[in-house]
Design a protein around this ligand. Structure first.
Ligand code: MSP
Length: 638
């Protein structure tokens, strides 16, 4: 058994989570689940990075304290992780006292090593990155190379960290045979940056009140990156007098200390962070793994480039697991990939509905028919599927250890394809009812079901709910799931098989992707006939943003939720919304919605609804509309 510590970046709270944040966290969750199934001791950490100028400014724009803004976004993170089956062991927030203690302890060790001094600092500053750039690094007309936004000139007295001292130690670290920085191409970029010479790093900010006061330097605030990076230790109890053992278990005594990050924050994690740790005399991470970007229309999906992709509608309609599968299957870990609803539907239909769903339902149906509703009575230990399974499992495990998720899933799908080909070649449907072929029929179907069992076991870390459903569907729910169950031979014979249910109903791609008008010809015709309206007619409808402060199911109704919405008025309003099938009451708490505020009240199931929330209605569904960034309650929508 080994000890496995995995972290995600801690996310900024000046915008709501998008697919970039979801991706890293799903990867971390998958790895945590995989290592737990392997019998390892696992600790999975995520959290939020809440200090700094950006958050201070975003909160000032709304006229609220930074912590209030942060609370709102943090609530959404918690809810989102629940919705997509992400189960971290801990969620750290940088304003927490335990984090202050960790940062202070880190700085005390760095200061004791004589690595801090005061000096004047000037340079080009990108506030979204919270980073200084040299003139050479800027692009176009003095714009940030990451955000392509104008940078600002900043001059102030700062505390400096003697980064230049650590050039050789860092280069030696990159050369370690364990290749601590991955993928190799990115490690090479970092190496050339360091070889180019390291300047000392400014690690404090003046005139910033929203942050951790710099110990020993009154009037200075800890630079957000020194603050944020320390979360990986403070969450484990570093800096606390009475340690609860996590720090010793997972940092100093851990076997794997893995930071998962996006490629834009590699320098912070592969240069600054190890240098801080070297200075503090603490062990370095064993691996920093930088993945690529999710792109939409060839551009990075980000809060600053207004092309944010929030796949909430995909989760609301199909549950979390198809999205988890899509993210891990579609992106080659380390490279960029494109995100689109179309690519999602294609993967869903071909891999899940067709390959996996159809194989399961075909095998269950045949087996039930042949063996009176039960799994086949006879197992089989010698057949062509078995050899393919052994290879697929070995490839899957190797790929998972290397964080090559798309390859791991490909390996499982090779086994599915083999099982299908095997069925086609053995034609078991022709053997049903023939007493002389009963034994052969049993072995053929058992082999197919056994292949499915192994595939579903491998899918447990990626699609926990779906994999459990598949295992239940073939009467093989494991009492205690483990990777040992990837070995051939685990399917019990002669067990009752539940009737097959559609695991992945096929998505009608054209209907799903078509704009609503094209979906319903009746509506399109109606639109033709309707006259256009003038802007003042539209303005008569008062649309306002509000925050749901309470939500509960309406008794005896499957569709209705009773929402209490803060609309910036004296009293919150009660609004009854027909969204219960898509959103549970807990998913609504803290969420911003758009409300028709001047709608005549109406009684629904005996409750007076004082307005209506806006939702898109694909088919029978409901997908709530919300502002892309949080805005004050009562803000008009027009
Ligand atoms: N707060 C810092 C991290 C501090 S870690 C000690 C930060 N936060 S962030 O919210 O801006 O970004 C967090 C992560 O999301 C980064 O790893 C970033 O690479 C990732 N992504 C943001 N947009 C992305 C895509 N479009 N695609 C994939 N990941 C991307 O940086």
């Amino acid at each position: 058994m080994s000890r496995f510590y995995v972290t995600t970046p801690i996310y900024y709270v000046n915008s709501l989570p998008h697919v970039g944040h979801i991706y890293t966290t799903v990867v971390a969750d998958t790895l945590a689940r995989y290592h737990r199934l392997a019998g390892d001791e696992v600790y999975f950490l995520t959290g939020t990075d809440e200090h700094g100028q950006n958050i201070e400014r975003a909160a000032a724009r709304e006229g609220i304290p930074p912590l209030q803004l942060a609370d709102r976004v943090v609530a959404r993170y918690h809810e989102l992780w629940r919705e997509i089956g992400v189960a971290p062991d801990d969620f750290i927030r940088t304003p927490e006292p335990r984090h202050y203690r960790g940062v202070e302890a880190m700085i005390r060790r760095i200061a004791a090593n004589d690595d801090l001094y005061l000096a004047r600092h000037e340079g080009w500053y990108c506030s979204p990155c919270e980073t200084y750039y040299t003139e050479k690094e800027l692009v176009g007309d003095k714009r940030c190379p990451i955000h392509d936004l104008p940078v600002e000139w900043k001059e102030e007295e700062n505390v400096f960290f003697r980064l230049s001292r650590y050039q050789q130690a860092l280069l030696d670290w990159y050369d370690d045979p364990s290749e601590p920085v991955r993928p190799r191409t990115r490690a090479n970029e970092v190496r050339s940056f360091v070889e180019g010479g390291l300047k000392d790093l400014s690690v404090s900010r003046a005139n910033l009140s929203w942050g951790i006061p710099f110990p020993g330097y009154p009037g200075h605030t800890v630079y957000v990156w020194l603050d944020a990076l320390s979360n990986y230790l403070s969450a484990l109890g570093f800096g606390r007098d009475a340690e609860d053992g996590l720090y010793d278990r997972f940092w100093t005594g851990g076997d794997t200390r893995l930071h998962l990050i996006g490629k834009d924050i590699l320098r912070h994690h592969a240069v600054y962070w190890p240098a801080f740790l070297l200075s503090a005399g603490l062990p370095l991470p064993t691996q920093v793994w930088a993945h690529g970007f999710w792109l939409k229309d060839q551009r990075k999906i980000s809060k600053s480039a207004e092309n944010v992709a929030r796949p909430d509608h995909l989760v609301a309609q199909f549950g979390p697991d198809p999205l988890r599968y899509f993210l891990l299957r579609e992106m080659v870990f380390g490279q960029d990939a494109s995100f689109s609803d179309e690519a999602f539907v294609d993967r869903y239909n071909s891999d899940l509905a067709n390959d996996l769903g159809n194989t399961v339902s075909r095998l269950v149906t045949l087996s039930r028919k042949a063996f009176a509703g039960r799994t086949p009575p006879e197992a089989c230990g010698d057949n062509p599927v078995l050899a393919v399974a052994a290879q697929a499992v070995a490839d899957y495990r190797k790929a998972m250890e290397e964080l090559a998720f798309s390859r791991a899933l490909e390996a499982l799908w090779r086994l599915l394809a083999e099982a299908n080909q095997y069925l086609v070649s053995r034609e078991p449907w022709k053997l049903i009812g023939r007493e002389d072929e009963r034994s052969r029929l049993s072995r053929v179907l058992w082999n197919g079901l056994e292949a499915v069992r192994i595939v579903a076991t491998g899918l447990l870390p990626v699609m926990p709910q779906v994999a459990a459903r598949v295992l239940a569907a073939i009467a093989a729910p494991p009492a205690e799931p483990s990777l040992d169950q990837l070995a051939w031979g685990g399917l019990a014979t002669d067990r009752e098989l539940p009737p097959p249910s559609a695991l992945f109903p096929r998505i009608d791609k054209a209907a799903f992707l078509a704009p609503p008008a094209a979906q319903e010809p009746g509506e399109a015709a109606q639109k033709e006939a309707q006259p256009m309206i003038a802007i003042d007619q539209f303005m008569e409808v008062q649309l306002k943003v509000g925050t749901v402060v309470a939500a509960e199911a309406v008794p005896k109704s499957q569709k209705l939720l009773r929402l209490t919405i803060e609309l910036g008025e004296e009293q919150p309003r009660t609004v009854v919304a027909g969204i219960a099938q898509q959103y549970g009451p807990e998913a609504m708490q803290g969420r911003q919605v758009v409300v028709v505020a001047n709608l005549q009240p109406a009684k629904l199931m005996g409750i007076e609804s004082q307005g209506m929330v806006l939702a898109a209605s694909p088919g029978d569904g409901a997908v709530l509309l919300a502002p892309l960034q949080p805005v004050p309650n009562g803000t008009r929508v027009r």
